[in-house]
Design a protein around this ligand. Structure first.
Ligand code: FPP
Length: 242
């Protein structure tokens, strides 16, 4: 649904939502469980929100699943996450097909164990025919790293010394230039930071910080966040007509 306010267009619900899934560790700690159990439940929440977003006709959902900075977590936690990615995330092909989700990855996956890389490729291939919702998993992803990789791609492809670098060239060389910039970044877990997520693409994104810890998230949280977005007016640096 689209409303027109002056010359500014407000989509009722966002086209592209980015989610920073925070609070897994605290969720587990509150229950005297190991942090890994928070991540395990976090995957279940991620699936609930994929299904909800699909039902709400949100075309693009990007999850911040593992940042370029997350490698500095204890080795045991990193290993657990790698295992979780291959066994519980890049393995749910029936589920993704049932909600019409095409799975993509953003980030530099070369650093992942081959078991994870194989699972990623298999899931991407097996869901490539879906188009109802595009779910991108940002793994070994950092906004700064994406910008650097984009510039390097441009440099390596450059054939003419007279060609100038530009915002358009930058975006053309991102991991998925076909995905529109993010409209709405939601962070669970109460912290109020962007943490190197979609730095370039969020230039005019609306931001939403929610206290609920990620493993508690369900469709109701997503609907409430989208309703909040629907009441905002985006001006993109302009002013509203009187
Ligand atoms: C933050 O919780 C979450 C992460 C580091 C990313 C891992 C996310 C999951 C495993 C959720 C699963 C979903 C997908 C799509 C992979 P935290 O450990 O920082 O929590 P804390 O702030 O309470 O310590």
């Amino acid at each position: 649904m689209v409303d027109t306010i002056g010359s500014y267009v407000q989509n009722r619900y966002p086209t592209h939502i980015g989610i920073i899934m925070d609070g897994n560790g605290r969720w587990a700690k509150q229950r005297s469980l190991p942090r890994s159990m928070g991540h395990f439940e976090g995957v279940k929440a991620a699936k609930r929100i994929v299904k909800a977003a699909s039902e709400l006709e949100i075309p693009y959902l990007t999850y911040y699943a593992f940042s370029t900075e997350n490698w500095c977590r204890p080795a045991k936690e990193v290993d657990y996450l790698m295992n979780l990615f291959s066994t519980r995330l890049f393995s749910e092909i029936n589920f993704y097909n049932s909600v019409g989700a095409k799975i993509l990855v953003r980030g530099d996956i070369a650093r992942f164990p081959s078991s994870v890389q194989d699972a990623i490729h298999a899931t991407q291939d097996a869901t490539s025919h879906n188009s109802h919702i595009i779910v991108t998993l940002a793994i070994n992803y950092g906004g700064q790293d994406e910008i650097v990789r984009s510039v390097n791609r441009w440099l390596s492809e450059r054939t003419s010394v007279t060609k100038d670098f530009s915002a358009e060239e930058m975006m053309k060389h991102f991991d998925h230039p076909e995905i529109p910039t993010v409209d709405y970044i939601i962070r669970s877990g109460g912290e109020k930071r962007i943490s190197n997520f979609l730095l370039w693409e969020s230039a005019y994104a609306e931001l939403m910080f929610v206290d609920s810890l990620w493993p508690d998230w369900n469709k109701e949280h997503l609907v409430q966040a989208c309703e909040e977005y629907a009441n905002r007016i985006r001006r993109y640096g302009g002013v509203l007509d009187e």
